[in-house]
Every structure is written in structure tokens, then in C-alpha cells.
Ligand binder design. Structure first.
Ligand code: C5P
Length: 231
């Protein structure tokens, strides 16, 4: 077993608006664990590629971009992840649905995913890592201590995303968001590499009608049991 594989990982996967980020940041904060918002990495990468005119199928360009660009993520006191590309703060530019659409487009490219995998694995450091995304439990951390897959009805997910984006002053409508999220889910679930799917050993939790506090408690309780059992 390598040194880093002894570091515990909580993998939280699922589509947009299921509460992955909120649940993950609560648990990371209370346990003092590191947090990996892998969607932010895909968003930042796609933003930089698009800005530099690198097409998703330009493998040379993708590799060069990865070599020459520094992506940094800092969790603020409120649990938000601040995104920096070569030192430039780009959070507001990548957090909207346009940023999500671009991320989903580049995320379907095998060369992009393989370049980003090591970035993600390098975040596995003591005392533990909470990682949220689409393929944390299936591809990036297949040996995660606990794998959670969150789901919720499309209406509730769209409403949550709407509230989240509105609170950050994004110009969005619920109807448009519903359509955009459905399109992104369809693209993420149907791609050939690392599609959005629950790992066979994931605990699936429907968050539609439950409060965030309740979900945090359930996931944290399951994590405590797994941590105790592996000692
Ligand atoms: O989680 P978030 O909505 O920020 O992710 C944006 C997009 O990045 C997703 O729709 C997906 O296409 C891609 N993504 C991914 N794998 C991850 C995390 C995000 O493909 N682990």
C-alpha cells in the first residue's frame, strides 16, 4: 500500500444540485480534512482552454495548457472554493451554467481527464480528504473509505441551483436552468470515459426531501463507522 492510500477519503458523487458540495464542505470543515471540489478543477481547466482558443480535440494544446498553467483552489471561511488560474481569481466567471457547459464539454475528452487525474490524487493528504464530483468513487479514488452517491429530483436540483446562482447575482431563470442541467447530465452520463454513474459499492442517498443537516449527519455517521472498522 502506498503512503497516500492510507489517507482516508470520503468520495461524494452525483449530478448538479444534489448537495454534494454543501455536504462535503461541512464534513471537511468539522473533521479538519482537505476538500477537493473536482468540478472546480474541470471548470477552471475548460475556462483556460476556451480563453486560449484550445479546442477540446487539440491534444497537444491540452497537454501544453496543463504544463503551463497553475490551478489553485482555496476554501474560504464560508466553505466556498475560490478558483485561481495562474494567480487570477476566476470564480465568478466559471461558476455559472456557461462555465458548467464548457466544463462538461472538455470533461468528455479522455486526454483532459487523464491530465487532471494526478492533480486530484495529489490532494489526498493527511488527515483525510473529502472529494466531490462525478467519478471520485469510480475512477479517481476507487479505494475510498466511503463512497456516497447523491441524487434528487430534477425539479429540486434545478431549484437549488437557481437559489445558489441567484445568491451570487447570476442572471438565471428556473426554466432555462432546468433545460441546461438536463443537457449537462445527459452529456456527463453518456460520455465514454468516467461517465456519471454510482460506484457499485456506493451508498445512494436521495436528498430531495431532506435537510442538509440530516444528510451531513448520516454521511458523517457512516464515515465514522468505516474509519473505526478499518482501524
Ligand atoms: O460539479 P460541477 O457542476 O462544478 O462540475 C462541472 C462539470 O465538470 C460537470 O458537469 C462535469 O462535466 C465535469 N466534472 C467531471 N468530473 C468530475 C467533476 C466535474 O466530469 N469529477
Amino acid at each position: 500500500m502506498s503512503l497516500s492510500s492510507r489517507v482516508p477519503v470520503l468520495a461524494i458523487d452525483g449530478p448538479s444540485g444534489t448537495g454534494k458540495g454543501t455536504v462535503g464542505s461541512h464534513i471537511a470543515k468539522t473533521r479538519g480534512w482537505h476538500l477537493l471540489d473536482s468540478g472546480a478543477l474541470y471548470r477552471a481547466f475548460a475556462f483556460a482552454a476556451n480563453e486560449q482558443g484550445i479546442a477540446p480535440d487539440d491534444i497537444e494544446g491540452i497537454n501544453a495548457l496543463d504544463r503551463e498553467t497553475e490551478f489553485a483552489f482555496e476554501t474560504t471561511a464560508s466553505g466556498e472554493v475560490e478558483i485561481r488560474v495562474n494567480g487570477r481569481e476566476v470564480s465568478m466567471r466559471v461558476r455559472g451554467e456557461q462555465g458548467g457547459r464548457l466544463a462538461s464539454m472538455y470533461a468528455a475528452v479522455p486526454a483532459v481527464r487523464s491530465r487532471l487525474i494526478e492533480h486530484q490524487r495529489s490532494r489526498r493528504q493527511d488527515p483525510g480528504l473529502v472529494a466531490d464530483g462525478r467519478d471520485m468513487g469510480t475512477v479517481v479514488f476507487p479505494d475510498a473509505t466511503l463512497k456516497i452517491f447523491l441524487t434528487a429530483s430534477p425539479e429540486i436540483r434545478a431549484q437549488r441551483r437557481y437559489n445558489q446562482l441567484k445568491s451570487k447575482d447570476f442572471d438565471v431563470t428556473l426554466r432555462r436552468l432546468e433545460a441546461q442541467i438536463a443537457e449537462r447530465d445527459q452529456q456527463d452520463a453518456s460520455r465514454t470515459v468516467a461517465p456519471l454513474v454510482a460506484a457499485s459499492d456506493a451508498v445512494v442517498i436521495d436528498t430531495s426531501r431532506r435537510g442538509i443537516g440530516e444528510i451531513v449527519e448520516e454521511v458523517d455517521g457512516l464515515l465514522s463507522i468505516r474509519l473505526r472498522d478499518r482501524d
